[in-house]
Each structure stands twice: as C-alpha cells, then as structure tokens.
Design a protein around this ligand. Structure first.
Ligand code: ADP
Ligand code: MG
Length: 190
C-alpha cells in the first residue's frame, strides 16, 4: 500500500457514525476486511457485484468508479465505499484534503460529513454530464485554483464533478488530489 500525504496511519479511522447503523458499519468492516488487494483478473463490475452482495444495503447504488461504489442515503447525502486499496486510500485522502485545505478551495470540494476506514459520507450533488461538458472552461479554472493553493488536482475530469443546488461546480472525487510533489501517483503519471 502506498502512502499519500501523511501515509498509512491516516487510512485507519475509527468507524463511528451518526448516519449509519451499527449493522451497516459491521457490513462495511466485513467487506473491507475481505476486499483483498487489487487483482487484475477481477473486473470492476465483478468487484461492485461482490461488494453489493456482502454489504446487502437497502440503499440505491448511484454510481461507481474504478475504486469506490456509491450509495444514496436518501437524506441528501451519499456513501462511498472502497472497492480496492486505492479506494481505501482515496476515502482517507478526501477526508484529509477536505479538512486541511484553504477555505478558498474548500468551497469547490464536495463537503464531507463523516468517514471511517474505507468509507466516506459526502453531500449528494447533481450529476449532470451534458452540463459539465458545456461548462468545461470552469473545470480548467478550478484546476488552476487548486494549484494556486498548493493542491495538485490529479484525476480532475468531467466524470468527477457535480453541481450544488446553487449551480456551483464542485469536485465529487478528489481521492487522488495531493499536496505532495513526491506523491507516488504523480510519479506514475509523469
Ligand atoms: N457527491 C456525490 N453526489 C452524487 N453522486 C456522486 C457523488 N460522488 C460520487 N457520485 C457518483 O458515483 C460515481 C463514482 O464516485 P467516485 O468518487 O468518482 O468513485 P471512484 O473513486 O471509484 O472514481 C461518480 O461518477 C458519480 O456518478
Ligand atoms: Mg471517480
């Protein structure tokens, strides 16, 4: 497992929640403990399906990426759960970035409500791809804004932005953002 920013110790968080039941937290813990390392022969679809079978949540799935599966909590918030080690690191990293960034950029990050090991609850945003495409220049401006405040917005793209009720573009997936020029993700990319 590779570290982002402060390393491994940040990944393991206490699993306390006001929004999730004890049973739901137990289901997440059970999934995370059996999730195992990234395996090339397993497709994302297979991973999502195994996660859903293990979790047995009543919530509707609203989406998934390569690293997290996302459920609608039906109260204005969504729950992201790791599907891989990168997902585990991404959830911890989002909580870290959100709590340790300049207020000027915080307003462009989807607000974090709660988090634990391998899961994070964020505000539900309006996902609107045609609109995101139309407002692409905004995304470029956002990218520069993050850089100005010392954050390298790795993987900032159309699929990772949403809109607030006030029509502001916000980043919904900042799991790979980093303040660290020595980030292993940067070394992979460049
Ligand atoms: N805050 C949110 N509000 C609404 N939908 C979301 C939110 N966060 C994620 N999603 C949905 O879930 C999908 C996967 O989430 P994402 O954080 O991008 O996962 P990954 O790290 O696997 O790429 C997104 O593309 C989007 O459709
Ligand atoms: Mg994503």
């Amino acid at each position: 497992m590779w570290p982002i920013n402060n390393g491994k110790e940040r990944i393991h968080q206490p699993n306390k929640s006001k929004m999730l039941s004890r049973q739901e937290i137990k289901a997440i813990e059970s999934w995370i403990s059996q999730m195992g390392p990234f395996q090339f022969y397993k497709t994302v679809i297979q991973n999502v399906s195994t996660a859903r079978k293990t979790l047995k949540f009543k919530y509707k799935m609203v989406g998934h990426g390569f690293n997290r599966v996302v459920f609608d909590l039906n109260n204005g918030y969504i729950l992201k759960i790791a599907l891989s080690e990168v997902g585990l690191i991404s959830t911890a990293n989002e909580a870290y970035i959100y709590n340790n960034c300049n207020e000027e950029v915080k307003k462009y990050l989807c607000p974090v409500k709660e988090y634990g090991t391998g899961w994070i609850i964020m505000k539900k945003m309006d996902i609107n791809m045609p609109r995101a495409i139309m407002e692409y220049p905004k995304l470029i401006k956002l990218e520069l804004k993050f850089l100005k405040y010392g954050i390298i917005p790795i993987d900032l793209r159309l699929a990772n932005v949403g809109f607030t009720e006030n029509d502001e573009m916000v980043v919904i997936d900042y799991g790979l953002f980093t303040k660290d020029l020595n980030s292993p993700v940067l070394r992979w990319l460049v």
